[in-house]
Structures are given as structure tokens and as C-alpha cells.
Ligand binder design. Structure first.
Ligand code: ADP
Ligand code: MG
Length: 762
């Protein structure tokens, strides 16, 4: 998935671009003390502070006479300070400030707690005897006194102040994400100071005027005021809507420009050739393409036949037949004298693609060899762990153009790999590849290659538009006929009879000629549970590892199942006497992985205990049952991917998800959703709803927070749609964004950030 575009305005690039006011340091603008305190929240420039949005808004309540105060009411009062008393807490660390305020008849106590007397001194200074002010908070009671604890307040120096304050009573109070170094009301004050002297020359306007008018959005200055100092709830609501549009517009413009830049490159046109390898392949195919496959195939055929680079995302459930369609596209390129590269996220997958593609091609992949077809090509595999000799041979075949199809992992990206006639790049499971990696492969050909990205992770439409906005999308919705599908059952780990039955089911499947996967979250017993959910090829995994390390009650859980322990256990289990058990995980050497998969596929070890390394793409048609241990450790989409490994043949698949999660817990509910549907799109949406929005755009993959602060990819589909259409239209009309300098500036920053984020990860 492409990296989230974060805005980090203290970057030198931003300073250079924006210069001026927004780039000014807060220490200079507001003084060292406030500047430093804000710095602890990561806010260094005026721009940072303005983009530090309130988390929510409170209200001051009505202006209430002291006499009428009732405990529990949220109130605002105007009163004068009668006494103030600062002292250390008795018997404890810390200090307490008690301020008695009065309206002349009745009294109220304000209480502030602090770590030291020092931290309370500024309150004491402001709340000196005789000072008047306006105080807001919830009324509490302590030893017979009514009191406000840590009230929001401001003091008046004269009657004008008081008058102004009274007017403000109805205004919403912005409540900011704050920290130990600085409180929300202090941030509010700091923003107020900045806003007072800010002019529209200081702040770039990213949204074209016509767009703002069409959608009834305030300009950026009005929106900043509405967000930070609203007079009515409608004002902050309008302001937030504007910034949602802005976030979407900047992102969509960046994507539209990326797309436009690629489309303006020349690509080689590969017209389909009658009587070529692709035709021969079609003739060999033991099945008919589904209607969906035919439709996608026709689109790919036409796009590859044009001199404009194809940029397409192909979504489809595991087993929906994406690879077959992609292979046909690769063969069209080979027929036209070009080469195609297939990039897989792991070695296991690259090897498997190599195996299945050479298998499907048969003699067509044996050009120049005895028994090879007259019309044919060669398929080579290139991975990081290959021996030197094999690697040299593969490199030579790719460089000479002899190999029409080159399959590999990110080792393909290395500069020593030459694929001179590269005409098509197929990326499998691209959510694990960055845009730059795509580009590195793209740069290998003489012309810009056509690009096909395949993903089995169902992506809701708006997420696709946000994450893959520079690609057009095709979807395979139906599985090929004759696919039996998978039924899923949850197995509570604390029900011995159920667990026993689980292993009996495994035995039954094996006896009937099937294969069984047993999936564990860890490799060895000794490992620390935290982070064990990470896939072993070094890519950050689902949020699951973080989210579900503790059970619902926050208690540490029983140790997680590990491949080594579970395999040892199964080998001694009465239900599985005489059944060979294999092991598979990402830390095995490549040959061992290969051997383990081959033994499993051939039935020499019909039970394979594995980590999630089998998650994507692995294809063993005889696999009929999968047992997932500690299923609660995995994210929904990951579970769905895993389950897609079984039921790929004509026999129905069984998935047994074992979990210790409490039946009333949210985790169990998630698993229930998993068991209830096999619709990947539905699960993807459920998954999204269960996560924080920020994770959706890749924060969960990169560990970074997303700059999409306000935009919500699911709820704001209308905003994303509108911004995308307008951004594309604008870029078509004005590719350099000359007419929209403010937008150009924000887009440039976001693209810089994108590149920076990529560099940080490598
Ligand atoms: P994906 O890449 O989407 O996971 P594949 O292309 O690997 O799916 O197809 C999965 C399996 O289904 C393969 O064994 C493939 O040969 C088979 N297959 C693909 N298309 C069809 C079809 N139209 N009819 C029957 N089987 C098919
Ligand atoms: Mg596949």
C-alpha cells in the first residue's frame, strides 16, 4: 500500500517552501517557555500548531449565579477571588492550591493539584486576591464546600474584558490533545495568540475557489478560526468539513499527478498475436475462464495493446483466478517480443508462482529444450537465497531476453538484475510493496512497462481510491465453479471435548486423502509473545499483535501456541498415530521451506504446522482442513486470507478457529463475524470499523501516524469521490497546478513526506 502522506512541517523542505509565518518556530513566536512546552507535543512551528486540531468541543454551560449551583452541574460563573492558599499536600507528594471565590454573597472553592508548588504558582499569580474572572467546570462537593476542580478560567483586567468574556459564554470550548507539559486551555491560548495576527497571505489556500463554492466550504482562514475559536457548533462543524475536503483534495491531486506523469510516458504496445504462446496456452487450459475472468482479460488485453502504460489493480478473493488472468497478459507481452516480471512478497510465494506457472505452461516454458514447444519461452526464478551458480544462470537468461517471464521477490529490484525488454510488471499482494519499489522495477525497461497489481485483500472502494488512487481497479467477484468453499467453526479452547474433536476431524480429512494446515502465532516456545504476530519476512503485520496481547480483562494470557511445541504435541497425539507432521515457518532456510511445502503437497507430511507464512497465495488443492490456534491473535483480514488456503479443490474446506477469548468479549464477537461470512469484502469493512481509521492507510504497516487527521475513509466516501473527480479534472487542465499555488505547495510537501517515509522504512 502506498505510504500515508503525513504532514510534518518542521521538515527543512517545508521551511524552504513555505518560509514565512507558518514555518516560524513557536519558541520565537510565543516565547521559549510556551514554545518548549508545545515542542514536547511535537509542535514546533506555527503551521504545526494550527494543524493541531481540537479533539472535541466542550460547552461552558450557562452563566449561573453562585447561589444556584448544584453538585454535578456544568457551570460558568463570574466571581472575584477572596482568598488563595497554596500548600504541600499532607503526607503525600504534590501540592494543592485552594482559591475561594465570591460574588459578594455566596462562595465557591476552586481546587488545583500539582506535582510541585512551583507548577501551581502561575495559577496563584493570576488568581490573586481581588482578581475577577470567569470560571467553568463541573460542580463537586468536598467537606461541605462546593468546588470546581481544575476549572477552565480566564481573568479580567478591566470591564471590557469582562464584557467580552460574557459574550463568549456561549462559544464552544475547544479541547485539545494535551500533555503533561501543557494543558488544553494553554494550547487554546497559544493558538489564539497566533490566530490574532495571522493573515490570509500567511496560509496557503489549497482548495480552488469554485470547488469551495460548489461544496459550501469556508476558506482556509475562516476554517482555522472556526476550528480553533468557534462561536457556534456549526462553525467548527463547517471547518472540519472543509479540512476533510482539503485532506482528500491534496491526496487525490498528488495521486492524479503521479498517474498523469506515468501516463505521459511512452509504453510499448503489445498487440495480441494470433497463433502465439498465449493462444497455445489457452488451448492447453483445462477449464474455461469465468465470465469475470473474461471481462478482466479483455480489459488487460486492450490496455497492454496500447502505447500508454497500463496502471491497474486487480482485486479478487484468494482462488478467484487472478494468476491465470495475469499469466495470459504476460504471454501477450512475450508474444510481442517483450518480457514480463512477476514480483511476489515472499520467497515461498515466488517459488510457488514459479512452480505453478511452469506447470501451467508445460512445454510452452521449455523453449530451446528437448521436448519444448516450437512456440515457447522460458520462466526463471530469482530470489535472494539462491545459490551463486543458479543465480548467474537466471540473471543471464533475464538479461539476454531468453526468459520471457522472470519471477522473484524484492531481489528483482536490485540493480544487477537486467530485464531489458521489460514490458509488463505484475505485482502480487502489493500491500507489502511501496510505490518506490514499483517504480524501481518500472525503471528497468526501455519504455515504461505496463503495471498490474494483484491483491487478494479485499479493499473497500474508498480505501482503494485513497491508497491506490493512481490505479484503475478491476475486481473478480466470483470464484470459479466447482470450488467448494470453506465452512468455519469457532472452537472454545476451554472445552476439552471440542478440542479433541478438532484433532479427530484432522484425522478424518487426512484419512480421506486431504491435507491439514495447523496455524500457530509463534515459532518457538521461548519467544516473547509480543510481536509474535509479525510475519517473519520482516513486514509489520496486522494490528492484531498489539491489540490482542492481553485478554479482555487486561490479564496476561496463557502462552501462545508455537509451531515447534504444537508439532511435537501432534506427533504424540493418539488421534494422529501414524500421521507424519511437517513444520513450516519463515526462519527456515529457503530449501527447507521448499522441501516442507513439497512434502505437504505430495502428502508425505499430510499435516503441516505453520506460522502465517502460508497466509498468501500458497496453493495446495488437496488441503481440506485448517486449524487456527489462538485465532484471536490474528486480524480479520488475515484470518480470511489464511482460511483461503483450504477448500481450493473440489472438496469443501473446513476451518476450525480455536480461541480462548471469552464468549462475551469483543474479540469473540470479531471471530463470530469471521465464522459467519466468507465474503471478504464484508469482512474487510467490519475489520475497518473495528480499527482506528488511522491504521487503514498503512499506519499499521509502517508504524507511522497518518496525516489524514480528519478524513475518514469509510464515512467520507462522498468527500473522497468529489475530491477525486475535481482533482483529476484540475490536473488534466493544469498539470503543473500553476493556477493553484496553495494546493501545489501542500501537494509538494505531502510528496516529500511520502518519500521521507519510504526512506525511513528502508
Ligand atoms: P488467485 O491468484 O486469484 O488466488 P489462481 O489464479 O491461482 O487464483 O487460481 C486458483 C486455482 O483455480 C488454480 O489452481 C487455477 O488453476 C484454478 N482456476 C483459475 N481459474 C479457473 C477457472 N475459470 N475454472 C476452474 N479453475 C480455475
Ligand atoms: Mg494467487
Amino acid at each position: 500500500m502506498s505510504q500515508p502522506i503525513a504532514r510534518k512541517s518542521h521538515d527543512p523542505a517545508f521551511l524552504g517552501e513555505a518560509g514565512g509565518r507558518l514555518g516560524r518556530s513557536l519558541e520565537k513566536e510565543l516565547g521559549t517557555r510556551t514554545g518548549r512546552a508545545l515542542g514536547k507535543l511535537g509542535l514546533r512551528t506555527v503551521g504545526d500548531l494550527l494543524r493541531h486540531y481540537p479533539r472535541r468541543y466542550g460547552d461552558r454551560g450557562k452563566l449561573t449565579p453562585l447561589r444556584q449551583l448544584r453538585v454535578g452541574d456544568h457551570v460558568t460563573v463570574i466571581a472575584a477571588v477572596a482568598t488563595s492558599d497554596l500548600r504541600p499536600m499532607r503526607g503525600k507528594q504534590g501540592a494543592i492550591l485552594n482559591v475561594r471565590i465570591t460574588d459578594g454573597t455566596d462562595e465557591l472553592v476552586l481546587t488545583f493539584f500539582g506535582r510541585h508548588s512551583r507548577t501551581l504558582e502561575h495559577h496563584q499569580r493570576r488568581l490573586h486576591r481581588g482578581a475577577t474572572g470567569m470560571f467553568s467546570g463541573t460542580v463537586g462537593a468536598y467537606r461541605g464546600d462546593r468546588q470546581l476542580t481544575h476549572p477552565d478560567y480566564e481573568t479580567f483586567t478591566d470591564l471590557d474584558d469582562e464584557f467580552a468574556a460574557v459574550q463568549k459564554v456561549d462559544w464552544p470550548i475547544p479541547i485539545y490533545p494535551a500533555g503533561a507539559s501543557i494543558a488544553s486551555w494553554q494550547i487554546e491560548k497559544a493558538v489564539g495568540t497566533v490566530l490574532r495576527t495571522l493573515t490570509s497571505d500567511d496560509v496557503p489556500e489549497a482548495l480552488p475557489e469554485a470547488y469551495r463554492r460548489e461544496h459550501g466550504l469556508p476558506d482556509v482562514m475562516a476554517a482555522l478560526r472556526g476550528l480553533h475559536a468557534p462561536h457556534t457548533p456549526e462553525e467548527w462543524q463547517r471547518a472540519r468539513r472543509r479540512f476533510r475536503h482539503e485532506e482528500a483534495f491534496v491526496l487525490q491531486t498528488a495521486l492524479a499527478r503521479r498517474r498523469a506523469a506515468t501516463l505521459s510516458d511512452a509504453a510499448t504496445a503489445f498487440a495480441p498475436r494470433e497463433g502465439g504462446i498465449r493462444d497455445a496456452f489457452d488451448a492447453r487450459l483445462p477449464f474455461d475462464l469465468t465470465a469475470g475472468q473474461q471481462e478482466v482479460a479483455a480489459v488487460l488485453e486492450a490496455e497492454i495493446a496500447a502505447p500508454v502504460p497500463m496502471m491497474r489493480l486487480l482485486q479478487g478473493e484468494v482462488g478467484s483466478g487472478k494468476t491465470v488472468v495475469a499469466l495470459r497478459a504476460m504471454l501477450q507481452v512475450v508474444d510481442g517480443g517483450g518480457q514480463a516480471a512477476l514480483l511476489a512478497p515472499t520467497e515461498v510465494l515466488a517459488q510457488q508462482h514459479h512452480r505453478s506457472i511452469t506447470g501451467m505452461l508445460g512445454p510452452l516454458a521449455e523453449a530451446g529444450m528437448l521436448g519444448g514447444a516450437d512456440e515457447g519461452t522460458r520462466v526463471v526464478l530469482l530470489t535472494g537465497s539462491m545459490g551463486a551458480a543458479a543465480r548467474r544462470r537466471a540473471l543471464a537468461a533475464a538479461a539476454s531476453g531468453e526468459a520471457g517471464i522472470v519471477i522473484g521477490t524484492h531481489a528483482l529490484l536490485s540493480e544487477v538484475v537486467q530485464i531489458p525488454a521489460l514490458g509488463l510488471v505484475v505485482v502480487d499482494e502489493q500491500h507489502r510493496f511501496g510505490v518506490e519499489q514499483r517504480d524501481a522495477l518500472r525503471a528497468k525497461g526501455r519504455t515504461t512497462p505496463h503495471l498490474l497489481v494483484m491483491t487478494a485483500t479485499p479493499i473497500p472502494r474508498t480505501v482503494a481510491m485513497t491508497s491506490f488512487g493512481d490505479l484503475e481497479t478491476s475486481t473478480l467477484r466470483e470464484l470459479p465453479a466447482g470450488r467448494a468453499g470453506v465452512g468455519t467453526t469457532l472452537v472454545p479452547a476451554d472445552r476439552p471435548r471440542w478440542v479433541e474433536r478438532t484433532w479427530e476431524r484432522v484425522r478424518e480429512e487426512v484419512d480421506a486423502g486431504g491435507r491439514a494446515y495447523v496455524v500457530c502465532p509463534r515459532i518457538t516456545a521461548g519467544e516473547n509473545g509480543a510481536g509474535a504476530g509479525a510475519t517473519e519476512d520482516g513486514f509489520a503485520d496486522d494490528v492484531s499483535a498489539e491489540l490482542f496481547a492481553l485478554d479482555e480483562a487486561g490479564e496476561a494470557r496463557a502462552p501462545l501456541a508455537s509451531v515447534e511445541e504444537v508439532a511435537a504435541l501432534l506427533r504424540q497425539m493418539p488421534a494422529l498415530v501414524g500421521v507424519a507432521v511437517g513444520e513450516m515457518h519463515g526462519q527456515l532456510p529457503a530449501e527447507a521451506k521448499d522441501a516442507a511445502m513439497a512434502d505437504f503437497a505430495a502428502g508425505r507430511t499430510p499435516v503441516l504446522v505453520s506460522t502465517t507464512v502460508i497466509e498468501v497465495g500458497v496453493d495446495v488443492p488437496d488441503a481440506t482442513i485448517m486449524v487456527i490456534l489462538d485465532a484471536d491473535r490474528f486480524g480479520l483480514s488475515q484470518l480470511h486470507q489464511l482460511r483461503g488456503r483450504v477448500g481450493r479443490g473440489t472438496k469443501p474446506g473446513v476451518c476450525l478457529a480455536v480461541t480462548g477469548a471469552h464468549p462475551e468479549s469483543a474479540t469473540f464477537e470479531r471471530l463470530t463475524a469471521f465464522a459467519a461470512t466468507t465474503d471478504g469484502f464484508e469482512l474487510a469493512e467490519t475489520d475497518l470499523r473495528l480499527r482506528r481509521e488511522g491504521d487503514v492507510l498503512g499506519a499499521s504497516q509502517s508504524g507511522r501516524s497518518s496525516s489524514l487527521q480528519l478524513l475518514r475513509v469509510l464515512q467520507d466516501a462522498d468527500v473522497i469521490d468529489a475530491a477525486r473527480a475535481a482533482a483529476r479534472e484540475l490536473v488534466a487542465r493544469d498539470p503543473e497546478l500553476a493556477s493553484e499555488p496553495g494546493l501545489a505547495q501542500l501537494v509538494a510537501e505531502s510528496v516529500d513526506e511520502d518519500a521521507a517515509a519510504y526512506l525511513e522504512r528502508t
